[in-house]
Design a protein around this ligand. Structure first.
Ligand code: NAD
Ligand code: UGA
Length: 467
């Protein structure tokens, strides 16, 4: 079966970039991305392509090429469902904030709404593709809804989890390590798998397209994120030991990463991992394991989160301790707010928690990030609910110039590994700060010796502190 029309429900960080790349690579397939959020769709349709709502290197070029040709963004969800042979569901699946499973289980209410809408609207057979990250066995829920509330149409459900990382989304989509497609191992299921394989095969080598049963595919996505996050927590746990023993965590990472069985990636010690998915997916894995009574399995994975929370707290405490145990009334300048470089996404960014902790100690925080808006920064803090919004506005200042942000500060904290931070005139920054001037490098990106030579006291993750 050759697919001619695709619809994707959810125009977020995954739906937008994945569909833009499919449209680029398959000019003969009509791809329509729909969302309930009118402002988001309007931004995807903005004539000025630099204003699309997701910042990713290279993405605006891909959108500019395909938009209006075979890539469309719309709020008319029903029409797009009706016209498509294949429907991707790429809506958000955040951690539940209420009821049973609060704080751990994935909230599937948006997924269920999509399934009900597809069932109501579909007037022909459809292939429904889970692109969102979902708990293992969600496909059976979808099937149940589609079969029991639909108009007698046939639905095949595939799991096709997305492995892109933000900041490198376009690269990852153009040349993925692998594409994973799970489906029913029946004649109809295998046909549906084949239809989706044929879409990706336009640009992904066949040997990189893995096919499995639905449950393996759903579970592999949670497992991949859990393994990646586990590596970060593992190296972060050792970063503290390094700080006490004068071992250098960067040297330890290099030393172990050259073992081909371990490999060099995801061994960078940091202030802690952020992003919309690692924490939510591991919590989900913990919840699922406990729901099967597998307490040891749940405890094992939960420790990855416990370590990460500890690392964020430990970084804030390092700042407080080195500023003579009080930051009350002191200005701390943040370089970076995004959860990693090359993205404007701030979900679960370590910066939010470090700021919150310092503000609780009555510090004055000022923030500069090259891509994150002032409105987003306040909304992240307000969402935590530790202080009234007016109080957040009083004690945290967002500044659009990196030199201005550091002026009069006792310390600079590097929270995101933006490349531009390394190119600044650090002598100028030093001259305008209160002395002793400290740099707290939460990302281990700065040249420590150069900073020390200027006169800074340097504190990095995983190396002994300057006193
Ligand atoms: P997002 O919040 O950026 O986007 C989701 C979009 O879905 C929102 O714009 C929302 O308005 C829309 N939506 C929700 N319900 C809808 C409905 N019923 N009809 C139409 N639109 C609806 O989320 P995201 O970061 O794109 O993540 C989506 C999924 O992909 C999640 O399950 C996530 O775990 C997974 N994922 C994310 C990443 C990533 O890097 N962000 C990577 C891999 C997988
Ligand atoms: C991650 C995975 O890498 C993707 O494969 C997956 O598709 C995605 O989650 C998802 O499911 O959402 P992402 O969160 O966008 O992607 O970014 P990563 O590069 O994985 O970084 C996550 C966090 O870990 C960042 O805060 C990053 O700074 C931190 N990190 C990463 C470290 O602290 N050290 C490292 O060595 C690597």
């Amino acid at each position: 079966m050759k697919i001619q029309s695709i619809c994707c429900i959810g125009a977020g960080y995954v739906g937008g970039p994945t569909m833009a790349v499919i449209a680029k690579k398959c000019p003969d397939i009509k791809v329509t991305v729909v969302d309930l959020n009118e402002a988001r769709i309007a931004a995807w349709n903005d004539e000025d392509v630099s204003k699309i709502p997701v910042y990713e290197p290279g993405l605006s070029d891909v959108v500019a090429e395909a938009r209006g040709r075979n890539l469309f963004f719309s709020t008319d969800v029903d029409k797009a469902i009706d016209e498509a042979e294949m429907i991707f569901i790429s809506v958000n699946t955040p951690t539940k904030t209420y009821g049973e499973g609060k704080g751990q289980a994935a909230d599937l209410k948006w997924i269920e709404l999509c399934a009900r809408q597809i069932a109501r609207v579909a007037k022909g057979d459809k292939i429904v593709v889970e692109k969102s990250t979902l708990p293992v066995r969600t496909a059976s829920t979808l099937k149940d809804i589609l079969e029991n509330t639909g108009n007698g149409m046939n639905f095949q459900i595939l799991s096709n989890p997305e492995f892109l990382a933000e900041g490198t989304a376009v690269e990852d989509l153009m040349a993925p390590d692998r594409v994973l497609i799970g489906g029913d191992q029946t004649e109809e299921g295998l046909k549906a798998i084949d239809a989706l394989v044929n879409v990706y095969a336009r640009w992904v080598p066949k040997e990189r397209i893995l096919t499995t049963n639905v449950w393996s595919s759903e579970l592999s996505k949670l497992t991949a994120n859990a393994f990646l996050a586990q590596r970060v927590s593992s190296i972060n746990s050792l970063s503290e030991l390094c700080e006490h023993t004068e071992a250098d965590v960067n040297e330890v990472s290099r030393a172990i990463g050259t073992d081909s069985r371990i490999g060099p990636k995801f061994l960078k010690a940091s202030v802690g991992f952020g992003g919309s998915c690692f924490q939510k997916d591991i919590l989900n894995l913990v919840y699922i394991s406990r729901s099967y009574g597998l307490n040891e399995v749940a405890d094992y994975w939960e420790q990855v989160i416990i370590m990460n929370d500890y690392q964020k707290k430990r970084f804030s405490n390092k700042i407080i301790k080195n500023l003579y145990n009080t930051v009350s009334g002191k200005k701390i300048a943040f370089l970076g707010w995004a959860f990693k470089k090359d993205t404007n996404d701030t979900r679960e960014s370590a910066a939010i928690y470090v700021a919150d902790h310092l503000l609780n100690e009555q510090s004055k925080v000022s923030v500069y990030d090259p891509k994150v808006t002032e409105q987003q920064i306040y909304s992240d803090l307000d969402y935590l609910g530790s202080r009234a919004p007016e109080e957040n506005k009083d004690s945290l200042l967002v500044v659009d110039d990196p030199y201005e942000v550091c002026k009069g500060a006792h310390a600079v904290a590097v929270l995101t590994e933006w490349d531009e931070f390394k190119t600044y005139d650090w002598q100028k920054i030093y001259d305008n700060m209160l002395k002793p001037a400290h740099v707290f490098d939460g990302r281990n990106i700065m040249d420590k010796k150069a900073l020390r030579d200027i006169g800074f006291k340097v504190h990095a993750i995983g190396t002994a502190d300057d006193n």
